[in-house]
Design a protein. Sequence first.
Length: 323
Amino acid sequence: MKEVKIGFIGAGGNASGHMNQLAGIEGARIVGICDIDSGRAQSAAERHNAYPYTAHQDLLERDDLDAVYLSLPVFVHGQPELDVIARGLPFLVEKPVAINIDIAREIEAAVTKAGLITCVGYQLRYLGSTRITQQILQERTINMIVGKYWCSTGHGDPNAWLRQMNKSGGQLVEQATHTIDMMRYMGGEVETVYAMQANRFLKETDCPDANSVTLQFASGAIGSLTATWAYAGDWSNANVLDLLYEGELLNWNPSRVSVREDGEWVDKTEPGPTIDEVFVNAVRSGDASPILSPYSDAVKTLEISIAANLSAQENRPVEIASL
């Protein structure tokens, strides 16, 4: 089996999760880990028998890299991706892909020109519950999709980049992007977005703590999303979808899909590959078809988040095509 040698740009929490997954994949080897925090880079490198770096340009000078992971704060995306593309390396980048649409489209154009294999960290697409849901909905008419992402993330340090609107884009860009992406993945492309936002409780940040978003899908279906990170409860209300189709109701979350069969509610799930397995195999084989979230597709999900923020700021519907 061909060994796939991987470098990491960013060694935070999400990156650590990917590193741990890669450690269990035969033929995948992490050779270099970069983080501007030298201690974090050193610690991660020691755990994975890799070489530490504090500048991604130095990591990219290695001549043995087969692929790169980028796990960065939202506002940092841009130059690191362009530098990876200039090296001609396939990459997996964590969501969301950029803080604004201009940066995302610049990277998208460079990826397209280079013809690289790319993958974006929308791992929910690969779950068994997602695959079962798509099988149920195949050739069915979806009437409406209702999503929610309620969590307590906003209660943290108000000075952290996550809770600064100009660095994270707020919850709709940085966090609820997973729910938005699943609504797209289930319901198809979105044409128009109309959103309202408020800051009712977490007054120490400039990010909204309540978001209500209406979506018009190209298919004719409609959708709504509510998102808050002021909720103090557990995570059972994060990444939840209700899909109404032809008089029937389906409830999805990452762990299972619940549907009615013979008048009874039944929970279904099945194993699915990890996003890391899919990406490594694509790099090894050169076949990108199993990747469900390439860069160009992820840009479309970002467009919805950006449109929602713009709609709330300007109090008007925003057509995706106008961005």
